[in-house]
Structures are given as structure tokens and as C-alpha cells.
Write a protein of this length. Structure first.
Length: 316
């Protein structure tokens, strides 16, 4: 059942974070739904502009509709990840999305506000909620690359002004994470004191943590043992830190890279160990099972595992 993103945040705020997982293909969708159902968690399926281009918009949306039909007991929201203005409007007008992200964080403050405000007006007129971003995460997302030097933590005063003026429904904050597999190169982890300052100015307001993959060392080692060449500097967020972020207002946690690592490990190991094989359904099946296991584990860390029936009851 597709629900509004806001309804999930209302139930989750301060108690658990909703996992927001990117998908690009059928196998990811199958694993995602299975993992969330096995761990009895509500979740957010998110589609990036890259995913819309890769899979074709109609195809990726049809995959989600089909997964919803196959698993009518699942409770989830559908979200555009890192949208630009044009894509946000496309998603709003399509009527399929629960929420869109407008990411104008690479623009100066006033321009970010102006762009976000336009998207909010159009989205709210259709009953769709909007996630915006303030501050700059490091790493690579779509066509924007931000190196660590230029990454910028979210300013708490600006965050309050931004939300007041744009009326966006949730805010992605930069608190030390970055996209991709190389986070925290030689530096500390999350900036909890910054998060607490933001929450003080925006009480009861859902904050979003991007760049939240854990990049497990064991996963990287297995990939490399099977022919991969991922540098040992690959590092992610300690998943035990989610529990500290939740009472500080983080209601949505974005995870993509970890799923790619699972895919890479399963496929590399499969073909290394069975070089005579060429039926892609073999590793595909294994990937679905492994991805489901990963999702269930992650939901345990987010605190969303075991919440499905509570959410169903609250939604009526
Ligand atoms: O933040 C970016 C997400 O990981 C999506 O990645 O744009 O390569 O699909 P993508
Ligand atoms: P990761 O690269 O850490 O998985 O972050 C994903 C993300 O923020 C998607 O918007
Ligand atoms: Zn992101």
C-alpha cells in the first residue's frame, strides 16, 4: 500500500527512522519488499533521476506498482531522490509519487529558497510533500561532485529560516555524511552536536540523513577477494549511530551504496565460484535473498523493524 511520506514521519518521529532505499531494477525491488516484510517494517522506495533514466520511468514505476500488487501487505511511500525542478514537476504531475526531493543545495541560499518554494507550491497543490536540502554533503550525486573541502555542514539558523520561508515538509541536513563508498576520509563520524542544534530550532520537524550507507568492511573485503579493487579507504556510517540520530529528529535515512555493494559481492562471488555458469537468474535469485537480508538487518538498526502493524493501525 502506497502511503504519504508525511504519515510515516508522524508515526516515526523521535522513535525510529524510516529506511529510504534507492532502487534501479526488478531484483532490487523484489529484495527490498521481501526484506521489509520479513522485518515487518514500513519503508520508502526512492527513485533517483539516474534510475529513471537507466530503467525508463515507465518501467521503474511499473516495477513498484507490480511489487505493491504482489505484496499488498507492504506499507511504503514512493519518493523522488535528488530531484531537479523539472523532474520534481514531472513526478508531482504524474500522481504516482508520495513525495519529491528538490535538491537545490548547490545553489546560494536565496536561490535554494526560491527554487524550493516554487516546487513546494506546486507539490502542495497536489497533496504531495517535499524534501529539500540545505548544506552540502561531500561525495558524488547525479552530476554534482563535492569534495570534502567544499562540503558544508548545515547552519542551524539558516535551517530554521529555510523551512519557515519554503514550507518544505522535511529537510536533508549535512551533518558529516557523504554519498558513495568513501565517507569520513581520515575524519570523525556524525556531527551530533550540529544535529541537536538544528533540532532545537526545528522541534518536531522531520530531518533526513543522506549518505547513510555503512560500507561494511567485510563486504569490501569479499568483493576484493573475488576480483574487485575497492580501495581500503572505503568507509561508511556506523549503523549503531542511527539510534542516536533518531531522538535528534532524523526520521528518514537514505541508503543506496550498501545495496550496490551487496549486488557486486553476490555477482563477483557467483561467477568466480562457478565460472562455467551464464544463466543470470542464478546470481539474481541469490542477490534478491541477500538484499532482503541486508534490508532486514538495516531496519533493525533504524528501529523500523517490527513496526508494520503499529503503522497499519495508526493509518487506520
Ligand atoms: O545520492 C545519490 C543516490 O545514491 C542515487 O545515485 O544518482 O547514481 O542513482 P544515482
Ligand atoms: P549512500 O551513498 O551512503 O548510500 O547515500 C545514498 C543517498 O543519500 C541517496 O540519496
Ligand atoms: Zn542523497
Amino acid at each position: 500500500m502506497i502511503v504519504s511520506t508525511g504519515s510515516l514521519f508522524e508515526i516515526a518521529y523521535g522513535r525510529f527512522a524510516v529506511g529510504a532505499y534507492n532502487i534501479n531494477n526488478m531484483e532490487q525491488a523484489l529484495g527490498l519488499f521481501r526484506g521489509n516484510l520479513e522485518s515487518e517494517a514500513p519503508f520508502i522506495v526512492q527513485i533517483s533521476r539516474g534510475a529513471r533514466k537507466y530503467a525508463n520511468v515507465k518501467m521503474i514505476e511499473a516495477i513498484i506498482r507490480a511489487a505493491d500488487e504482489i505484496h499488498p501487505e507492504a506499507i511504503f511511500a514512493v519518493h523522488l531522490d535528488h530531484g531537479d525542478e523539472e523532474t520534481a514537476y514531472d513526478c508531482i504531475d504524474s500522481g504516482f509519487y508520495s513525495s519529491v526531493m528538490i535538491d537545490a543545495s548547490h545553489h546560494p541560499f536565496e536561490e535554494n529558497i526560491a527554487i524550493t518554494r516554487r516546487v513546494v507550491d506546486r507539490a502542495h497543490a497536489r497533496g504531495i510533500s517535499v524534501e529539500a536540502e540545505l548544506g552540502m554533503l561531500g561525495g558524488v550525486e547525479e552530476d554534482v561532485k563535492v569534495d570534502e573541502k567544499h562540503a558544508m555542514l548545515t547552519d542551524p539558523d539558516e535551517a530554521a529560516e529555510f523551512v519557515e520561508r519554503t514550507e518544505c515538509d522535511s529537510l536533508a541536513v549535512a551533518i558529516g555524511t557523504s554519498h558513495g563508498a568513501y565517507k569520513f576520509s581520515g575524519r570523525k563520524g556524525l556531527h551530533f552536536e550540529r544535529l541537536a542544534e538544528i533540532q532545537r530550532r526545528l522541534p518536531n520537524y522531520p530531518l533526513v540523513m543522506h549518505g547513510s550507507s555503512s560500507v561494511p568492511r567485510s563486504e569490501v573485503e569479499r568483493i576484493n577477494a573475488a576480483g574487485g579493487a575497492i580501495p581500503s579507504s572505503a568507509r561508511g556510517v556506523n549503523a549503531d549511530e542511527f539510534a542516536r540520530a533518531v531522538p535528534l529528529g532524523v526520521a528518514k535515512v537514505n541508503i543506496d551504496t550498501d545495496g550496490r555493494l551487496v549486488w557486486t559481492r553476490v555477482h563477483r562471488e557467483f561467477f568466480r565460484d562457478q565460472p562455467e555458469k551464464f544463466d543470470f537468474r542464478g546470481p539474481g535469485k541469490e542477490y534478491v535473498a541477500e538484499y532482503a537480508r541486508f534490508i532486514a538487518h538495516k531496519n533493525g538498526k533504524l528501529g523500523s523493524a517490527g513496526r508494520l502493524e503499529e503503522v497499519r493501525a495508526a493509518l487506520g
